[in-house]
Design a protein around this ligand. Structure first.
Ligand code: GTP
Ligand code: MG
Length: 387
């Protein structure tokens, strides 16, 4: 099984079985969306072969892209670069293999066949730009060749990944493209204040889950992350909001005076392929207007309560209600203290929905906090997939 290395996407796809081809169908104008190189790198790291067919730009750019993510390109002896670019501009080849006739799709086939003859093992082949190959070889000829190439790749037990910029091609060309790949993932831009991209599984003939959608961002040097622009952390005074955020986040900006938070604090959480920006909002009565403002643009909310203070639960519920219908998780914090109420009890007392998630936690010891994050992210993603 080949993995994309994006955990949630792998879960949806159920991995990529050997022999399959997958197309990233990229909306024109989406920058830096060469997801192929992330898949290439992930599988090289796993000790598999990674063949990179460069036709859009010089193989030097692959090195540069690796550098951007602090990956050492010279480290992988199973990386094979097929240079379909240099001969176009009359430059000496930089790859392990070169395409002599970039205007002839058979030249690509020949190169791949000779690679398959020489190596033994499994891996992934990434084409940096199918659209470019189509422009050079002619759309019809190119696609016929790609069908043959996919068959060879299938025989060799590799997985083929194509980046494709979806320029306005003729409908018959688009039709063919939709037919000849086993899976198609559309990449586009989310039109909101926080710029990010989405991937949308349009076709998957082995694992289903068509229609699933994930929002992501590419960070340098960290890589691809399923991305959630805004999660709020609220809760009565001294319930443990700051402690929770500080212990969960990889970066944190405190705004404290004498042990209490006096402004909006901010943290970045990076966990299991997810990244979220977290905003801790002080929750005294006088901050309610501020909470209302944040509530409008939040993707999810974490409500922290001190489990030893039942008399604060009504106020906590009131805070939560400001957020309306968005995904939330309640943290029953300070479970280490005597008399801490259990999660179920808190759920009852707050009169929460049956399917509400209440996680028992000890924020100061990092107990339960990742569970809270994962549960909320899961709700946000699945919620976004219903609409
Ligand atoms: N026993 C126990 N104490 C905790 C836990 N989490 C936080 N605390 C303590 O509770 C107090 C308040 O924690 P904070 O994280 O500052 O709470 P806060 O909600 O940010 O407080 P404000 O910003 O003033 O509203 C601190 O003394 C923490 O050390 C926990 O899980 N168990
Ligand atoms: Mg605080």
């Amino acid at each position: 099984m080949i993995e994309t290395g994006i955990p949630k996407l792998d879960e949806y796809l159920k991995g990529i079985p050997e022999g399959k081809s997958m197309l990233f169908y990229i909306e024109p104008g989406v920058e830096e969306s060469n997801i192929g190189i992330h898949i290439l790198h992930h599988n090289l790291e796993r000790g598999l072969y990674g063949i990179y067919v460069s036709s859009e730009s010089s193989p030097k750019n692959l090195k540069k892209a690796f550098n951007d993510f602090k990956w050492d390109i010279d480290k992988y002896d199973k990386l094979i670069i097929v240079d379909g670019y240099s001969s176009l501009i009359g430059a000496p080849s930089e790859g392990n293999y070169s395409i002599e006739e970039p205007h002839d799709i058979e030249s690509y086939e020949d190169a791949l066949l000779s690679i398959f003859e020489e190596i033994e093992g499994k891996g992934v082949i990434v084409f940096d730009s199918l659209s470019n190959i189509m422009d050079m070889c002619g759309e019809r000829k190119a696609l016929e060749g790609i069908e043959r190439i996919n068959k060879e790749i299938e025989k060799a037990g590799f997985v083929a990944i194509y980046n494709f910029i979806a320029w306005p091609y003729k409908e018959s060309v688009m039709y063919k493209i939709k037919r000849i790949f086993n899976a198609i993932i559309e990449i586009g831009i989310v039109e909101e204040k926080t710029v990010r991209q989405y991937m949308h599984i349009k076709k998957n003939d082995w694992g289903g889950n068509e229609g699933k959608r994930l929002e992501f961002k590419i960070f340098k040097p960290d890589g691809i992350r399923i991305y959630i622009p805004k999660i709020c952390v609220i809760g009565p005074v001294q319930s443990g909001k700051t402690t929770f955020i500080k212990n969960l986040a990889k970066e944190f900006t405190p705004v404290e005076r004498l042990g209490t938070t006096v402004g909006v604090e901010y943290g970045i959480v990076d966990y299991k392929g997810y990244r979220a920006e977290i905003f801790g909002i002080p929750s005294h009565e006088r901050f309610l207007p501020l909470i209302k403002k944040f509530a409008e643009s939040s993707k999810g909310v974490i409500l922290i309560v001190d489990s030893t203070k039942p008399n604060e639960l009504q106020f906590a519920k009131k805070l939560l209600d400001i957020f309306g219908d968005i995904p939330y998780v309640v943290v029953a914090n300070k479970q280490d203290l005597p008399n801490a109420l259990k999660g179920d009890k808190i759920k009852d007392m707050m009169n929460l929905d049956k399917d509400a998630i209440v996680v028992e936690a000890v924020a100061k010891d990092k107990i339960g906090i990742y569970e809270v994050f994962e549960a909320l992210v899961e709700k946000i993603i699945e919620g976004g997939n219903v609409s």
